[in-house]
Design a binder for this molecule. Structure first.
Ligand code: G3P
Length: 498
């Protein structure tokens, strides 16, 4: 049968999605299912790994059925995933020994403090490109081994396997035949040396993690194995691409030249700058991460995350009840000419890159008697753009590369006011592509390249089509002035919680 499609599996933090793409990189069909978020204690976040597998395989079958596409018409499957989320399962039974510990979960903060107290911060930073934080997988694996009865003994006997969600899905899709991950996901574990491209023995020993649990690390684009006949009605589809979701989005945005930057506006904002084969060490609190391993080489990226992006608009909607629908924020923000001097710093969960202040808290400054609802809504939208600029300025400083244009994706990019303001405050063009599902698209491209569905990255560049370009329309002096006041506002938010 003619292989006309690539199937991307996009396993995110709140939903499992399956998207079918054609050769032009266009979406043919989407299926999506939300799954349960488990909060056993304050600051703890878990997922049921079996529910993740069930929902993900379910939407994969559903998208083919609703599109009227036979599994035999699928050239390959590409996988992209919420990163860092940690699953440990029994090799023999395939059963997880504990719920998946989600990237957002803070339960291992004390293990991180301990690593810092032992003076390991610089070593870990150098080896893995990461700051020591509960965000990453390494301390989550240790927690499971320390806290689940019998887990450590079993792990030491080689009976348990660890994987992030990509690994878990591939293992299940192949019915336990393949235990792999790709460079981009490995680089988020805090266990992987991103220079030597090896699991780091010293960190593994420190955390007491047996090497036998770890998946084999592979390039992001190659045939890792085939789906077991039972998953797709007898078809053995090649699984041919894997990347963490933010790196996949960078790939889907065709950011192939050094210095190209994408920003995904979701709950938070994830900003990545491609730095090519150069591994840039940040002086400004950004992470160094592997972008992907493709065409026989590993390329790197600088990454900065803003904790409160779209979530700030949800806060206006759900807590302040200033709007009924997130999309209305654009309408109200444009009813006023400016914020009337109001700044909102949405440090509700502290501040991420480049500030890394766990004790910062949400702050509103500049209020006067004339400040109204529209000013606050506008200030909330502007805060997303300001925070993104904070990260991008740090990236420019670290890399010595001046941003030429910003490629954007994610839900909040539908907000034209936000996109225009982002362009104004950065002083560069903002490019919104036609396909904003760039995460899934990136995974599809990685898989398609491995099986010859697409021939080269050039084809991907050609497929990338712009929907709208936002050009900076604000005078430099004006944007500099309002940004200066933003910086002052951020200082007020810092170190609030003692
Ligand atoms: O690092 C976490 C990130 O991969 C999660 O992405 O889109 O599932 O919120 P998302």
């Amino acid at each position: 049968m003619d292989k006309k499609y690539i199937l991307a599996l996009d396993q995110g933090t709140t939903s499992s999605r399956a998207i079918l793409f054609n050769k032009a990189g266009q979406i043919v069909k989407v299926a999506q299912k939300e799954f349960t978020q488990i909060y056993p204690k304050a600051g703890w976040v878990e997922h049921d790994a079996m529910e993740i597998w069930g929902s993900q395989s379910g939407v994969a079958r559903e998208v083919l059925e609703t599109a009227g596409v036979s599994p035999d018409e699928v050239a390959a499957i590409g996988i992209t995933n919420q990163r860092e989320t940690t699953v440990v399962w029994d090799k023999a039974t395939g059963k997880p020994v504990y719920n998946a510990i989600v990237w957002q979960c803070r339960r291992t903060a004390a293990i991180c403090d301990d690593l810092k107290a032992k003076g390991l911060e610089a070593y870990i930073r150098d080896a893995t490109g990461l700051v020591v934080d509960a965000y990453f997988s390494g301390t989550k694996v240790k927690w499971i081994l320390d806290n689940v009865e019998g887990a450590r003994e079993k792990a030491e006997k080689g009976e348990l396997l660890f994987g992030n969600i990509d690994t878990w899905l591939v293992w299940n899709l192949t019915r336990g035949a393949v235990h792999v991950t790709d460079y981009s996901n490995a680089s988020r574990t805090m266990l992987y040396n991103i220079g030597d491209l090896k699991w780091d023995d010293k960190i593994l020993a420190e955390l007491g993690i047996p090497k036998s649990m770890l998946p084999e690390v592979k390039p992001s684009s190659e045939v890792y194995g085939h789906t077991d006949a039972k998953t797709f009605g007898g078809a053995n589809i090649p699984i041919a691409g894997i990347a963490g979701d933010q790196q996949a989005a960078l790939f889907g945005q065709a950011c192939f030249e050094d210095g190209m930057v994408k920003n995904t506006y979701g709950t938070g904002c994830f900003i990545l700058m491609q730095t090519g084969e150069k591994r840039v060490q940040s002086k400004n609190g950004l992470l160094t991460t592997i972008a992907w391993g493709v065409d026989g080489k590993v390329e790197y990226a600088l990454e900065g995350s803003v904790f409160m992006g779209g979530a700030t608009i949800q806060w206006l909607r759900d807590e302040l009840k200033l709007i009924n629908d997130s999309a209305d924020s654009e309408y109200f923000a444009t009813k006023v000419d400016d914020t009337n001097g109001v700044y909102l710093v949405p440090a509700f969960a502290g501040l991420g890159a480049p500030h890394w202040d766990m004790y910062a808290r949400g702050t509103m400054v500049g209020l006067t008697r004339g400040a109204n609802r529209n000013h606050v809504i506008r200030a909330a939208l502007e805060s997303i753009a300001y925070q993104s600029k904070d990260v991008i300025s740090a990236m420019e400083d670290d890399s010595g590369i001046k941003l030429a244009a910003l490629k954007v994706d994610g839900g909040a990019t539908a907000n034209n006011f936000l996109m225009q303001f982002q362009s104004d405050i950065l002083g560069v063009e903002v490019h919104r592509p036609k396909v904003t599902e760039t995460t899934a698209l990136g995974a599809a491209y990685l898989a398609g390249l491995a099986v010859g569905f697409w021939q080269s990255k050039n084809e991907i560049v050609k497929n990338w089509a712009v929907d709208q370009v936002f050009e900076p329309a604000m005078a430099d002096a004006d944007s500099a002035k309002i940004y200066k006041d933003w910086v002052r506002a951020v200082e007020r938010a810092k170190a609030w919680e003692k």
